[in-house]
Design a protein around this ligand. Structure first.
Ligand code: NAD
Length: 424
């Protein structure tokens, strides 16, 4: 059964409300004044563009796209580009703000941004998607570039989208600019290890969380919501670490096998059919049910707001590891804290992607490429450092991990503001 973004019974109106409430809380804990709060709550730049598209049949459609740069006090803005029919400006604003905190938490020299086009990419040909991407890129051209704002893939976009963006920017510049975007094909200046980096980071933090609770990976169980770029890799790496993945889902439905899912066979099935549903070696279950299975790890790796006030009380996982951005609403967060569920927040759990994007940008700017083993060991080191810092902050402030991580990040961004001062 397809499910959309549920409305939170406790009043959250969407991801922007959640992002603003998380910031408000951090500002209160850190004791900052209203001026600093307003500065951090407001995007520095945002643009909405029309994207006229000539379809393959000759007809013309006009799509809408956005790019929001929430903050660039610590360096150029950084954040993904989403193609989804549910994209709207408030969602992009929330995602851009979370990127600012994520980059600061991982101590990357970046601010935060996000882009989105309101489109269902499954309904357009590759040639149409190329025209959409090139027109969107040229509309936002003055805002982006290796020293301004560096896009990357997100829901509905991939390495081809990034190659088209890079080419469009380069043609306008008169020379090839590899550092314009990250998540490019490896043959075009992409980094080894980038495609799997978000999933690897999710699993590194999931395993750290299990150790923190005194649990072994071998014998632990997991359910993964979303079987796209992040969820698919997370399931595979969890299984490689010895975790039994017993459920997986996508927009079409969910599957469950208490003895463990054969992930290689499932990936082949998804390649063939486009969905996890009707996978022979598992039982089809309701998508919502996956979220409430009795497992050690629940990995939401799809969209925002799926764990909300209406279902958080039924979550039976020991740990929720947020592969997606914003999958847990703030009211659900409170419920999960009450019932003792450990939540590893998105800005930590899924930060592996932006960390290796940073490595890709460094390599592209230097035109010097690293071995995959080097990328992976540097990623593991960054994830481990951030995990330990968040744990220590949570202990010191007696706060859940999300609030501790947000406080750490907000403090770093506010400190950059303070050092730079206000101009004029
Ligand atoms: P994707 O488009 O590759 O995959 C999304 C998956 O989620 C698909 O399998 C889709 O069918 C499924 N899905 C959508 N709605 C669903 C629902 N309601 N229930 C169950 N499944 C649903 O996207 P992705 O790149 O894997 O991104 C997934 C999440 O991870 C997003 O929140 C994204 O912002 C976040 N993220 C991605 C990256 C990255 O490097 N790609 C990095 C950090 C965070």
């Amino acid at each position: 059964m397809p499910i959309g973004s549920p409305v939170d019974a406790a009043g959250s109106r969407g991801p922007l409300d959640d992002a603003q409430e998380q910031l408000r809380h951090a500002v209160d804990v850190l004791g900052y004044d209203e001026g600093v709060h307003r500065l951090l709550a407001s995007p520095r730049r945002e643009v909405t563009v029309s994207i006229p598209l000539r379809r393959d049949d000759g007809s013309v459609e006009v799509l809408t796209g956005h790019r929001v740069q929430h903050n660039f006090s610590r360096g150029p803005a950084k954040g993904g580009l989403r193609y989804s029919p549910k994209v709207d400006l408030d969602e992009v604003r929330a995602l851009a703000m979370w990127m600012t905190w994520k980059c600061a938490l991982m101590d990357l020299p970046y601010g935060g941004a996000k882009g989105g086009v309101t489109i269902d990419p499954s309904k357009y040909s590759a040639a149409e998607l190329e025209r959409v991407t090139r027109r969107y890129t040229s509309e936002i051209l003055p805002m982006i570039g290796p020293t301004r704002d560096i896009p990357a893939p997100d829901i509905g976009t991939d390495e081809h989208t990034m190659a088209w963006m890079m080419d469009t920017y380069s043609v306008a510049s008169g020379h090839t600019v590899l550092g314009t975007v990250t998540g490019k094909p490896v043959s075009l200046g992409g980094s080894l290890g980038r495609a799997s980096a978000t999933s690897r980071g999710v699993v590194l933090t999931a395993l750290a969380a299990l150790r923190h609770l005194g649990l072994e990976a071998g014998g632990s169980t997991a359910a993964v919501q979303g079987f796209g770029k992040v969820g698919r890799g997370a399931a595979r790496f969890l299984a490689e670490a010895g975790v039994l993945v017993i459920a997986a889902s996508d927009e079409q439905g969910a599957i469950w096998n208490p003895d463990g899912i054969d992930l290689q066979a499932l990936e082949a099935h998804v390649e063939q059919t486009g969905s996890v549903v009707h996978f022979g070696a598992a039982t089809g279950i309701d998508n919502e049910l996956l979220l409430t299975l009795e497992v050690d790890l629940l990995v939401p790796a799809a969209v925002e707001g799926v764990i909300h006030a209406g279902n958080a009380g039924s979550v039976r996982a020991r740990v929720v590891v947020e592969g997606a951005n914003g999958p847990t609403t703030t009211s659900a967060d409170r419920i999960l804290a009450e019932i003792g569920t450990l939540v590893v927040p998105d800005i930590l759990a899924n930060a592996g992607g932006v960390v290796v994007s940073y490595f890709e940008w460094v390599q592209a700017n230097q035109a010097y490429w690293w071995h995959e083993a080097e990328v992976e060991s540097k990623l593991a080191e960054r994830m481990d450092t951030a995990w330990c810092q968040v744990l220590a902050e949570a202990d010191r402030l007696r706060l859940p991990l999300r609030q501790a991580a947000t406080c750490l990040a907000v403090r770093r961004v506010a400190e950059a503001h303070r050092q730079r001062g206000l101009y004029p």
